[in-house]
Design a protein around this ligand. Structure first.
Ligand code: 26M
Length: 814
């Protein structure tokens, strides 16, 4: 762990208020009297950004001139969340800001809330990238995040009167965005299409069209590190403002077509998560940001050099491929080295392989990207040739290693019809990692088994983590204060294993009561938040039970809603004595990919269960269900600290890691979960007695598949399950319409690919244990404290330390 010094207080509150006034006057052009909260937000953002500027310059200079290899994190998604509070915290300006805006006649919270959350990611993968760049800066490691500044982020989710998801565009740039520096003078040209010709025995790519990649730089301040790294997001611009020939033919609309086509590339984030879409525009996006980023890195590290010695490139920067989305970077670097800088193939290959590493974030075979060769050939003809040659070289290498012919064929990068990006990434880089112990093991044993047999040393694990700055300090200030009080220091914010010092306090009843009071206060705050944002009334004296994540069959929101329905039915028909029922409020939050039929139907079902249950006087005070719209980082920061019971109930062997699970444990929720992803490690660390485990493990799932899985058997065997499914099928949640959920019901009874029904009984049974414990608040909270105390491992700082040691082989700037 690097020594971290406390920041000096650079300004007084009065000075900071003056800086805000100055921004209002000269940048916004409004008087203090005219200023709204939105104006003050923009002014404060610019003021705090100014404070980071010198540290940003110094960090850039040290990155280029020092001898510490930098990290390039290539990611199609960075789900940053709101920036102001985080920037203030890391700049050490929080107190000055609070006092300054009060002096200007505003509430700090209103100013912070005025920021519009950028949604440049889908879920876990994008948020992980955001946590990682925070940790890199906090550890003082020189790093660049490289991605796309989409004009439209993840869609905003609403529900219609039938409870169906409705997606609306997220035009996050419609108001002034004060954080990004657009830098037209450090643009890159990215080309597409055309053909490859031979000139003087050399392959020459003659592209058909090009776009201008313009960087927008975001400052990434480290917490107490005095370092500010760069997040460089590319926006696509046209070189031809309009087509003069078309214009002269008076085809006015056609004249702007090239501009439209070019600017389309960075227009929208694909809202799929864990499915490949195989769309041309998606490949254009991937190549666009990767090509621009690689050229940018060469520009940065070899300034003004026409003939740089790029054999040193892997000593300057190591690139992490965040899933397969940036993997086209491997043939692109080959092309740059060979075609643009004249290196021979073998030298180029050595450089390329040393430069890249690949993180896999899935186990679902359908999520591993495979691109049709025809598409790559049309869009990137030179790259397809290079990929074919890499594929041939790979085959020859495997043959030399004595790998069997049919295995070699199974491992093909290029199949003739298609290119398998995960295989290209595995061969084309130095290391491959999974994101939790179980996941990395399954990658080696199943998904990439042949590769792991051939290259055992390439494979490693780095368990995910989350930044404690955003997800404890900012999200849960009350708990943060209590932790600091309990430990006698706030150093835990940059050394999260210090939380272990809280473990003895789980036996101190006074501390446990304080901890319980913090949770209650957070519940109270969330009640207010929910009233403000969703107009709903929540009883804070019920157990807050939460399941928030993308909607996917493997995550099994179905299991949760079926258990809720079963509980509802039980109370209604008296099989459960209403007096014995522990009052619960169940929160769901989940976006479904717009084309994912069963996922959207599940959302509709949850909304309608919510409507029926919340309006039924028979269960009033016992059970309430809320499907909160538009789950995003802001909601996570408000809901996680208020949650008492967290659901991590994916089918074993399907969730690569999960990171929500870590955020909940660190905020003192108990988890009900399966042995999947990082749940396994969370349970090991917090102790089996402090985790509600249920369901089949990976081996049991496998053997059930092998012997033939028949979900109907489970439906017949557990009357609670049968009753729940019958209510859905019978129209209870569709005003009598028996067809409304027929596809969902049919899927449960005949396919149930993720074995929801098989795990139902075990899940329903563990509820008794959960509720028993909850009736003993001191015992419950002792366990919750032990979850906090033993989850320090799940800091993204630790993840980054693991990457540094196992993969990147670099460290902090001197
Ligand atoms: C692919 C093609 C086209 C459009 C979108 C995609 C795509 C986008 C995001 C595919 C997958 C995407 O994300 C996968 C993901 O979020 N995986 C999650 O990664 C987390 C961080 O490692 C893990 O904690 C989760 O378990 C894993 O599901």
């Amino acid at each position: 762990m690097t020594e971290i010094t406390a920041p000096k207080s650079p300004v007084t509150a009065e000075q900071f208020a003056d800086e805000i006034r100055e921004q209002l006057k000269y940048a916004q052009g409004v008087t203090v009297e005219q200023a709204t909260a939105a104006d003050v937000y923009v002014a404060a953002a610019k003021a705090v950004r100014n404070h980071l500027q010198d540290a940003w310059f110094t960090t850039q200079a040290d990155t280029v001139n020092g001898n510490t290899k930098a990290v390039g994190y290539l990611s199609a998604e960075f789900l940053m969340g709101k920036q102001l509070e985080n920037a203030l915290l890391n700049a050490g300006l929080t107190d000055q800001f609070d006092a300054a805006v009060e002096a200007l006649g505003f509430q700090p919270k209103d100013i912070v809330d005025a920021e519009y959350e950028p949604g440049l990611g889908n879920g876990g993968l994008g948020r992980l990238a955001a946590c990682f760049i925070d940790s890199l800066a906090s550890l003082g490691v020189p790093a660049f995040g490289y991605g796309i500044q989409y004009r439209y982020g993840i869609f905003k989710q609403q529900f219609d009167e039938n409870g169906k998801q409705v997606e609306t565009p997220d035009y996050w740039l419609s108001n002034e965005e004060p954080w990004g520096h657009i830098d037209y003078n450090r643009d890159q040209k990215v080309s597409f299409g055309g053909e490859v010709v031979e000139e003087n025995g050399k392959k020459v790519w003659k592209p058909a069209w090009s776009v201008r990649a313009v960087p927008v730089d975001y400052l990434v301040p480290g917490y107490k590190s005095q370092r500010v790294n760069t997040l460089r997001l590319w926006t696509a611009r046209s070189y031809d403002e309009f087509d003069l020939l078309a214009f002269n033919r008076s085809e006015y609309m056609e004249a702007v077509e090239p501009k439209v086509k070019a600017e389309n590339i960075s227009k929208i984030l694909y809202p799929e998560d864990s499915t490949k879409v195989g769309k041309e525009l998606r490949l254009e996006q991937q190549y666009f940001f990767v090509s621009a980023s690689l050229h940018d890195a060469i520009r940065v590290f070899y300034p003004g050099q026409d003939k740089p010695d790029l054999t040193t490139f892997p000593d300057k920067i190591t690139f992490q491929l965040n899933d397969t989305h940036p993997v086209i970077g491997i043939p692109e670097l080959m092309r740059i080295l060979i075609d643009e800088y004249g290196y021979d193939w073998d030298t180029a290959w050595t450089i390329t392989q040393k430069t890249f590493n690949y993180t896999c974030h899935t186990l679902l075979p359908e999520a591993l990207e495979v691109w049709p060769s025809s598409l790559i050939g049309e869009l990137l003809p030179r790259h397809l040739e290079i990929i074919e040659k890499i594929s041939d070289q790979f085959k020859a290498e495997l043959k030399d290693k004595g790998v069997a012919e049919n295995t070699i064929n199974d491992m093909a990068i290029y199949t003739g019809d298609a290119v398998r990006m995960a295989y290209l990434a595995t061969y084309g880089g130095s290391h491959v990692n999974g994101v939790a112990e179980l996941h990395s093991q399954l990658l080696k044993d199943v998904t990439l088994k042949n590769f792991s047999d051939a290259y055992p040393d390439k494979f490693t694990n780095v368990t995910n983590g989350v930044t404690p700055r955003r997800f404890i300090k900012l999200a849960n200030p009350a708990l943060s204060d209590l932790i600091t009080e309990g430990l006698g220091t706030d150093k835990w914010l940059s050394d999260l294993e210090l939380l272990q010092g809280l473990a003895p306090l789980a036996q101190d009843d006074e501390f446990v009561k304080k901890f319980a009071a913090v949770k209650q206060a957070n519940k109270h705050s969330f009640v207010g938040f929910a009233k403000d944002h969703y107009g709903i009334d929540i009883d804070e004296n019920t157990m807050f039970n939460t399941m928030v994540k993308r909607l996917h069959e493997y995550k099994r929101q179905s299991l949760k809603i079926l258990a809720v329905i079963s509980r509802y039915a039980g109370i209604k028909n008296g099989t459960i004595n209403a007096d014995d029922v522990l009052p619960r409020t169940v929160f769901f939050g989940a976006k479904a990919a717009p084309g994912y039929y069963l996922a959207k139907m599940t959302i509709q079902l949850i909304n309608n269960v919510s409507r029926v249950v919340n309006n039924d006087p028979d269960v009033k005070g016992k059970l309430a269900v809320h499907m909160l719209p538009n789950y995003n980082i802001e909601m996570a920061q408000n809901l996680i600290p208020a949650t008492e019971l967290d659901e991590q109930i994916s089918q074993a062997g399907k969730e690569a890691s999960g990171t929500g699970n870590m955020k909940f444990a660190l905020n003192g929720a108990l988890t009900v979960g399966t042995l999947d992803g990082a749940n396994v490690e969370i349970r090991e660390r917090v102790g089996a007695e402090n985790f509600f485990l249920f369901g089949m493990n990976v081996d049991e799932v496998e053997s059930l598949y092998a012997t033939g899985y028949d979900p109907a058997k489970y439906y017949e065997a557990d009357p609670r399950l049968k009753q729940a499914i019958d209510l859905v099928a019978g129209g209870t949640f569709s005003e009598g319409d028996r067809n409304a959920y027929a596809p969902l019901v049919a899927d449960w009874l005949t396919k149930d690919w993720f074995m929801t029904l098989a795990d139902f009984s075990s899940y329903a049974n563990i509820q008794a244990q959960i509720e028993e414990l909850y009736t003993h608040p001191l015992d419950w909270n002792r366990k919750a404290i032990l979850n906090v105390a033993n989850s320090g491992f799940f800091s993204s700082d630790r993840s980054i330390e693991d990457y540094l040691e196992r993969i990147w082989h670099t460290g902090p700037l001197a």
